[in-house]
Ligand binder design. Structure first.
Ligand code: OOG
Ligand code: NI
Length: 472
């Protein structure tokens, strides 16, 4: 029951849902093709659920079906530690925490990143809204004078409204926001992510920064970190990819990530080319130009992999990429990918019993009828075989660095293959963020274990809630 008192706090799940829907509305106005993309994905999802009743049932059982229609991820890029750490506080109000560390310098993109997202089971079911957030690594700009100029430009801007800063401080002090404050917070927070066609610099400065790297210009020359894509989740990415041209979308040639499989794993993504947008530079009306910042993307999500499963995934993907020097641009890439992944088991039974993927365990109706009546000494495997317990795949909620690099590259244009002698700098990133990032695999492990503990307590009764049973 919801408390209707005007002074009661609104849940962080509710604020996140209001925010993601406001963001979606804003982006639909900014990028009309986004609306077309959302319609396409809704159509494909309805068709897929109709054609695959087992998938429909599984998503209903796990409570995942209602979130599908609102599920989105966005991406932004910021320039300073102060911007990044304030974003952490802003996202925290919406129940979003930094998860994972992604080093994209290895792929020639001078940023490192995390994803802000909810981490609890209930919060993920309510709305898994995520924002992939990259911090520019100015240290990777070789030209010292240009680096100093970029830093000075960034130091002059404030990407947050005064009011949102006040509301963040207030929410932190009071422990939440009331209904009216939450609405104001959403409105004010949205301003940070809006597109501004006026650049803060003149055309010559833009060109110089653009020459260092297109991404440097994108981060440094604007008032704020415009949301650069907002991605819906499809249940069949191949069908969506095939349908894109008919709706006027110029899709990327390959789908990033694993190949099509019976049991989807991790994340598959595709994008369509960025918009070329008019920009007005500082220093007079004659200084008009253009910039490509925003693009469209769709994704399909599958089961989260264990460390062992992820190692196998990375190994197979590297094997395919090493076979040809053109990477995913090679014409036979799809075939090679499918071939290599034949050695990745493709039934949930195998993925589970070989500890390659994570599952959430739940009682079946039959299991519920046994409640408290199972004998001590019996175990999960036995309960699964008796049909008392069922294992549902835990969805992968995160990103893949190789795929992200592919998305960055296709959006930036093929010529941007810079080489950086950089190394992952997670500690420096966390110092800038003002917090540690969660280890995503530890989060999945904990979710699986919680479900095992619950099943065990229900079947053995409270008296036997003993030491944690090992996962299979
Ligand atoms: C972020 C690219 C990464 C994804 O889905 O992997 C990303 C960016 O271009 O800023 O969104
Ligand atoms: Ni993305």
């Amino acid at each position: 029951m919801s408390d209707t008192s005007p002074h009661a706090f609104v849940s962080s799940d509710e604020i996140r849902t209001r925010f993601s829907s406001a963001m979606s509305e804003m982006y639909r106005k900014e990028v009309p093709q986004y609306g077309t993309l959302i319609e396409l994905v809704a159509d494909i999802n309805a068709q897929t659920l109709q054609a695959q009743p087992a998938l429909m049932e599984q998503m209903q059982r796990s409570g995942e079906l209602p979130r599908l229609g609102v599920e989105r991820h966005g991406a932004i890029r910021v320039g300073t530690a102060a911007e990044l750490s304030m974003l952490r506080r802003l996202f925290a109000i919406m129940g979003m925490e930094p998860v994972g560390y992604y080093d994209l310098s290895v792929a020639g993109v001078p940023v490192h990143s995390t994803a802000f997202r909810p981490v609890g089971d209930a919060a993920l079911l309510a709305n898994p809204f995520r924002v992939f957030t990259s911090l520019l690594r100015l240290d990777l700009i070789a030209d010292e004078a240009l680096r100093a100029e970029a830093a000075a430009i960034l130091a002059r801007r404030s990407i947050f409204t005064e009011r949102v800063l006040a509301l963040i401080a207030q929410a932190e002090a009071a422990g939440g926001l009331t209904d009216a404050q939450a609405d104001e917070f959403v409105r004010e927070a949205l301003e940070t992510f809006r597109w501004h066609s006026e650049s803060t610099v003149d055309g010559a400065t833009y060109e110089a920064l653009h020459k260092a790297h297109r991404l440097v210009a994108d981060v440094v020359c604007f008032k704020g970190p415009h949301i650069n894509h907002l991605t819906p989740r499809t249940l069949d990415i191949d069908a969506a990819q095939a349908a894109m041209p008919a709706r006027g979308m110029d899709a990327k040639d390959v789908v990033e990530g694993p190949p099509r499989r019976d049991c989807p794993i991790l994340l598959r993504q595709t994008s369509f080319k960025a918009l070329k947008e008019a920009v007005h530079f500082a220093g007079g009306a004659s200084h008009a130009g253009s910039h490509t910042a925003r693009f469209g993307e769709i994704e399909q999500r599958g089961v989260a992999l264990t460390r062992k499963g992820r190692a196998l995934y990375d190994q197979l993907l590297a094997q395919v990429r090493d076979m040809g020097n053109a990477g995913s641009a090679a014409p036979d890439y799809g075939q090679r990918l499918a071939q290599a992944f034949q050695s990745f088991p493709d039934t949930h039974e195998q993925l589970r019993s070989q500890a390659l993927a994570f599952y959430r365990y739940a009682l079946t109706d039959e299991g519920r009828a046994q409640s408290g009546g199972a004998a001590d000494g019996t175990d999960l495997q036995e309960w699964l075989e008796r049909g008392w317990v069922r294992a549902e795949p835990i969805i992968y909620e995160d990103f893949l660095p190789v795929s992200a690099a592919g998305i960055f590259q296709s959006n930036l244009g093929g010529e941007e293959q810079k080489q950086y002698a950089a190394h992952a700098a997670q500690q420096a990133f966390e110092a800038d963020l003002g917090a540690r990032v969660h280890d995503e695999i530890a989060l999945y492990e904990a979710a699986q274990q919680r479900s095992i503990d619950q099943v065990r307590a229900a079947l053995l009764g409270p008296a036997l809630r003993g030491p944690v049973m090992a996962a299979l």
